[in-house]
Design a protein around this ligand. Structure first.
Ligand code: UD1
Length: 444
């Protein structure tokens, strides 16, 4: 059925406990596999861009208008967090208006704990109020997700930060521009870069972030902040220079398209022997993915602003290593593994960003895939016939991989716990249905 209305705001107007249980609904997707997907699909705004942009609206008392906002439970969650900080939040179609007229420095702990992305309120709150008090965020079960680099950067700007009983308590009577190196063990940090950038826009003097994340979502946040009156240069490169200003004003912004969603549909075309025309994506954000898919034998053509994907005469296995942007995204690793499971031959998929992001391996195995984990790598012996089975989604992108595998498998696949999917894919079942996929949502 149409889920967009049943996880929406009115639920939150009731008791809190009810709200979170509703978000973690136990709906599942029933997929009848073996049908080629054909037709057109429109890519939504990027989840990972809109979350820090929503948080950045905390930096001004004036209203901000954000367009191309995807209807996702993570986005609604962030809206609820902003409300708990005192913001007026209004969703109208894919336009979101936020006004942080009078806000407080501590949000609803329970809400914040439930979503990893909520850490990005820390920088904006510090910038605006010079203090912030948030619970340590939760999120996907894909390995430890430390925030040491966020704290290092904010401390470098002058914040005093304590961690107490799961809470981050930060104070910064003054924020002063400085040089900060944000590289970690696994490279730069995306939300860490967003946080430091968001605090530094209202600091005194110049901040230089070295080893900044180069993801398009970081650039999109910088575009929004600059529209609010910030002075940021170099976003999208490893060195970002931020010249502090006294105050920011309201702004309008359109969120970039979701490159992970687009990549997922490219792979869906190849896996189902279909042909999908993808509208509204930015192919220039997908170079690493397109390059790998072409190497694997997928035909991807650009026609004007659209991309057309279909499987070539035969697929060949490719090795993939996830890397920070512009490398192959960790958020497409699981989907790529599903494709390799169908591709005759051996491929090695190495995860370099997160420690244990292989929750999909065992579940793909239930569908008949032959995959072994060796340290940070998965060795896929592809080409086995997949057949439908009940599977359980463990995180967002793992869920997407299972849906793809289910679409390609013979028989029925039931993907349980798809609340993960609803966190990050707008109307995924409706979009797949429109492409001819035989897919239905079973409500709990
Ligand atoms: C963001 C994305 C997520 C994506 C990830 C990597 C959002 C809402 N989420 O998450 O979808 O998979 O980028 O592209 O935008 N690290 C530290 N210390 C820190 C912070 C991170 O060691 O303080 C490590 C992490 O454990 C990981 C690596 O750095 O190994 C990259 O993580 P990071 O870029 O911070 O991921 P997120 O920004 O949380």
């Amino acid at each position: 059925g149409d889920w967009s209305s049943d996880v929406a705001l009115p639920i939150w107007r009731h008791r809190r406990g009810v709200c979170s249980r509703k978000f973690l609904h136990m709906d599942s997707l029933l997929i009848k596999g073996g049908v080629p997907l054909h037709g057109d699909v429109q890519i939504s705004g990027a989840k990972n861009a809109v979350l820090p942009i929503m948080a950045a609206t905390l930096l001004t008392a004036e209203p901000c208008i954000i367009r191309r906002v995807p209807d996702l439970s993570d986005v609604k969650f962030m809206g609820r967090i902003l409300e708990s900080l005192g913001c007026a939040v209004k969703f109208e179609g894919d336009t979101l208006t936020v006004q942080a007229h009078r806000i407080k420095g501590h949000g609803d702990y329970d809400l914040i704990r439930k979503m990893r992305g909520s850490i990005c309120i820390l920088g904006p709150l510090l910038g605006r109020l010079r203090k912030a008090d948030v619970s340590q965020p939760g999120g996907c079960v894909i390995g430890t997700r430390p925030i040491d680099l966020h704290l290092k950067g904010l401390r470098a700007l002058g914040a005093k930060i304590e961690i107490e009983g799961g809470y981050v308590r930060a104070k910064a009577p003054r924020l002063t521009g400085t040089e900060v190196f944000l590289g970690g063990r696994a490279g730069p940090t995306v939300l860490g870069t967003a946080n430091i950038m968001s605090a530094a826009v209202l600091a005194e003097g110049v901040t230089i972030i070295e080893s900044a994340a180069c993801e398009p979502e970081v650039s999109d946040l910088a575009t929004f902040l600059n529209a609010m009156g910030a002075k940021i240069q170099g976003a999208g490169s490893p060195t970002i220079t931020i010249t502090g200003v006294k105050a920011l004003h309201g702004a309008e912004h359109e969120v970039i398209p979701d490159r992970i969603e687009a990549a997922t549909f490219l792979i869906a075309a190849a896996m189902t022997h279909g042909e999908i025309t993808i509208h509204g994506a930015k192919p220039e954000h997908l170079n690493a993915v397109i390059d790998k898919l072409r190497e694997a034998g997928v035909k991807i053509e650009r026609r004007g602003a659209a991309m057309i994907a279909k499987r070539g005469p035969r697929l060949t296995p490719v090795d993939v290593t996830t890397l920070p942007y512009a490398g192959f995204p960790t958020d497409v690793q699981a989907q790529m593994m599903a494709l390799m499971a169908l591709t005759p031959g051996i491929s090695i998929i190495t995860e370099r960003i997160f420690e244990s992001r292989f929750g999909h391996v065992a579940e793909l195995g239930r569908l008949g895939a032959d995959i072994a984990i060796e340290g940070p790598s998965a060795i896929v012996k592809g080409g086995k016939r997949l057949s439908g089975a009940p599977v359980m989604a463990s995180d967002l992108r793992a869920s997407a991989a299972l849906v793809l595998a289910g679409l390609a498998a013979k028989g029925s696949t039931q993907v349980n716990r798809i609340y993960h999917l609803d966190r990050g894919y707008e109307k995924i079942d409706a979009k797949l249905k429109q492409l001819g996929g035989r897919i239905s949502r079973i409500q709990e």
